[in-house]
Design a protein around this ligand. Structure first.
Ligand code: ZN
Length: 130
């Protein structure tokens, strides 16, 4: 397993495609499966458009609309909305490997979704043949 570390800002979709692709290259697998996992409860992972940056701000804006900040949350840390957004995005991804590279759609990138930064986050990567 490989561990990548990222410093995040308050709330952002951080494009980590290049770092994961680099890990895949080092694996020397021509074909396979890349499992991507975050061991945190207030961030997530997503694959989405990496061309128009307004897509990222639209996604963060709409997630903010979807999760009620005024709900009487009982969790004492004050970051309940981040926990809920983490569930909405999920904490793992699977990407195929072809030609020793991530097999993504033309407009797709892999994002670490930070909902409770700034933090130091780990991304765990497991690559298998297939
Ligand atoms: Zn919390």
């Amino acid at each position: 397993m490989d561990t990548l570390t990222f410093k995040t800002n308050k709330e952002e979709l951080l494009d980590i495609t290049a770092e994961i692709a680099e890990t895949v290259k080092k694996s020397n697998f021509e074909t396979g499966i890349c499992y991507i996992y975050v061991p945190h409860t207030t961030c997530g992972l997503a694959i989405n458009e990496n061309a128009d940056p307004s897509v990222k701000s639209d996604i963060l804006g709409e997630l903010k609309e979807m999760v009620n900040e005024n709900y009487p949350y009982r969790h004492g840390e004050g970051n309940s909305t981040a926990h809920i957004k983490s569930i909405l995005t999920g904490n793992s991804l699977i990407v195929f490997i072809e030609n020793n590279n991530l097999k993504l759609g033309t407009w797709q990138g892999v994002y670490l979704c930070e909902f409770d930064g700034p933090r130091t986050r780990q991304v765990w990567i497991k690559i298998t043949a297939g």
